[in-house]
Write a protein that binds this ligand. Sequence first.
Ligand code: NDP
Length: 462
Amino acid sequence: MTSPAYDYDLFVIGGGSGGVRAARIAAQAGAKVAVAEEYRMGGTCVVRGCVPKKFMVYASDYGKQIRQSAGFGWSVSGISYDHTAFLKAVHAEVDRLSAIYDRNLKSAGAEILPERAEFVDAHTLRLTMSGRTVTANRILIATGGHVWRPTAEELPGVEHTITSNEVFFLDPLPKRMLVAGGGFVALEFAHVFAGLGVDVTVIYRGEKILRGFDEDVRDGVTEGLAQAGIKLVTGTVFERIDLGADGVRRARLTNGSTLEAEAILMAVGRAANTGGLGCDKAGVALGQNGAVIVDDWSRTSAANIWAVGDVTDRVNLTPVAIREGHAFADTEFGGKPWHMDHTDIPTAVFTQPEVGTVGLSEADARAAFGEIDIYKTNFKPMKNALNGSSSRMLMKLVVRAADQRVLGVHIVGEDAAEMIQMVAIAVKLGATKQDFDRTCALHPSSAEELVTMRTKWVPEVA
Ligand code: NDP
């Protein structure tokens, strides 16, 4: 398969989820492959995203679980939490996983270059650390994204804030934290730190958090914030931040108020990693937000260059990047053409309680198909009968009236992520409400409510 005119059949820029999968599949198919990674193998997900974040969610949740176990007869006095020891364990696990990425790739026959690669032209890359130049027949851009923050001109004092990159090193824990944003990262970390005993306030520019999610989910998560003792200030943004000699950050908001905290987390979105990559030199077109423009097959505007994952700003999730990378490699090197289907992707937001969602929201389903049947239930999970928790569980089915196909499932509550992964199979298979009805319940569980909702929800008329 080797293209003699080039050093490599495939050169992958970026050793994250998408790039590594593509490189491994292409190498296993016999291609000569290299991967350039300027930081650590594993990308955002493994090094400073999903993986360490989920560990923090567990750490935070344990405290609650331990306290709540008193309702089941356990004596829980004298418990304590060692944040330093926990972070040490997290970093050791991240190191282990990053090494596995490295090993798997090498054992598949790919070469790993600890380098930053930049385009010279469509087939040539300069490796900036060694100054070497390499050529490749095909190139895959899998450089991911980075945290976006306003500039110092836009937000004076922004340098006194941290991002999701630094939360994994925040030790000791601050007494108070302000969190800017109302999306995935802001809400997940608001719960993480609140669960670890930090006094958290979320500041969101809109009126309701989790824009784009089903309205009932947004309401359920808003309720969950209040139950966790997290304050939510909406309709405002930071105007300036001053750092006092006492280490306290004083944040003035556009609503005229001033809030104080030892730490401020900016979680106001991410942007594609295309800066300095030289895409223009290779004829790779970028969108206005800097993301690489691709078609369904992850093809860029340059004939021999593809892009997968967050750098394309399609659906910015690890399993999506992995599938896009796999599809590219199967198509180009494995003789098995297919491309990622971006519909019905299950998603979780690891708030506490968490969100699991797949398919269309009620509003999107109504906009697309008109008449929609809604089934929903809101109940107190069995476990909460004895543990003192007031947390409830929301489940909602969005069903197309014409053919009873289930277009969306939305869950807020404990284990929502685990449930939604399985329900996603039914939704992907095109299950109808009748298919849900004829599925026998599993008792006693929370998930059984998904197949026992019998009555259509009718909105209350004022
Ligand atoms: P999101 O897009 O989810 O949220 C960004 C938030 O910041 C929104 O509430 C947005 O408001 C707000 N915002 C944007 N710009 C400004 C501004 N200039 N001033 C004030 N507020 C602003 O981004 P995240 O960084 O939280 O997450 C990035 C992506 O990473 C997600 O989209 C998701 O795909 C992925 N991710 C997935 C996770 C998971 O699967 N559990 C976990 C973490 C991240 P508005 O809504 O009004 O635009």
